[in-house]
Design a protein around this ligand. Structure first.
Ligand SMILES: [Zn+2]
Length: 272
């Protein structure tokens, strides 16, 4: 074992996360019209994936699948409990979006890994200033391994009455929000706040339940509604642009190797 000059401290060589992050495997859509045109051309690919995924159905109650965790950058085994769809023969599938946990220390779900991977592929570096909105403690720890200066914003921050963020304008490179914006009231104010704190060119990366067949969102049916107040459709992208983002898109991601199974899993990217 080699030792460095000061005592027994071992210096570990680390390559930039960006250099090691593989391309994020997704189709990117900037409007409902683009998505509809895509479906016309590529429905057979989606059908093929669906049939392939059905082949994983099991009676065993759990599923293990080898692959690579792009977020943690390790070969791993993805673990799922099969508490999702039940087929006619009694076999069950996982809820792909919320399962497929990597075997790495943080055990991130499919959705969490995809969000972290997209953030890394969008240029997350060690000095980046980030705001993490409503993420799990494990996600926050995994994120801070790449960018330690991240600040945390709890779940229901806006819905608990706050209208502004305790963050300076144009001070963050990334905002990451995980399955939280559907609970936020008032949504317009929150999106404007998220845009305000980003530097020009800064990225908002988020997941939220997405009704990909709906051109128009069904937003906030009443005062005081919190959980799942918004059923987002494609006009979410227009709302982001109205809030101050220059670009907004939805990314449909899938990769067996990276454990991104599931029929219609989206992550959103908005650039200020
Ligand atoms: Zn991992």
């Amino acid at each position: 074992m080699q030792t460095a000059g000061d005592g027994d401290k071992i210096y570990q060589f680390r390559v930039s996360p960006l250099a090691q992050s593989p391309h994020f495997p997704a189709w990117q859509f900037r409007s409902h019209a683009e998505f509809v045109a895509f479906l016309k051309e590529h429905q057979s690919i989606l059908d093929g994936r669906h049939l392939y995924q059905l082949s994983f159905a099991t009676h065993k109650g759990r599923l293990e699948q080898p692959g690579t965790c792009a977020a943690c950058r390790y070969p791993t085994c993805f673990n799922s409990s099969t508490n999702g769809e039940q087929l006619n023969d009694g076999k069950c599938l996982p809820n792909w979006r919320e399962e497929m946990r990597c075997g790495c220390p943080r055990r991130l779900t499919n959705r969490e890994r995809a969000a972290l991977h997209l953030t890394q592929a969008s240029g997350l570096l060690g000095w980046a200033q980030s705001l993490l909105h409503g993420v799990s403690p494990d996600f926050a720890l995994a994120y801070m391994e790449s960018a330690p200066d991240a600040q945390l914003l709890p779940r229901f921050y806006f819905s608990d009455g706050a209208a502004t963020l305790p963050v300076e304008s144009a001070s963050c490179h990334f905002v990451v929000s995980l399955d939280e914006l559907q609970n936020v009231e008032p949504l317009e104010t929150a999106l404007m706040e998220l845009a305000r704190v980003l530097v020009p060119g800064g990225r908002l990366i988020f997941t939220a339940p997405f009704y990909f067949n709906q051109p128009v969102s069904d937003c906030g049916a009443g005062v005081g509604i919190r959980r799942n107040a918004h059923k987002f459709g494609w006009d979410l992208l227009n709302m982001l642009k109205a809030a101050g983002f220059a670009e907004a898109s939805a990314l449909l991601y899938w990769s067996e190797e990276l454990g991104y199974l599931g029929n219609m899993n989206f992550v959103f990217l908005a650039v200020k």
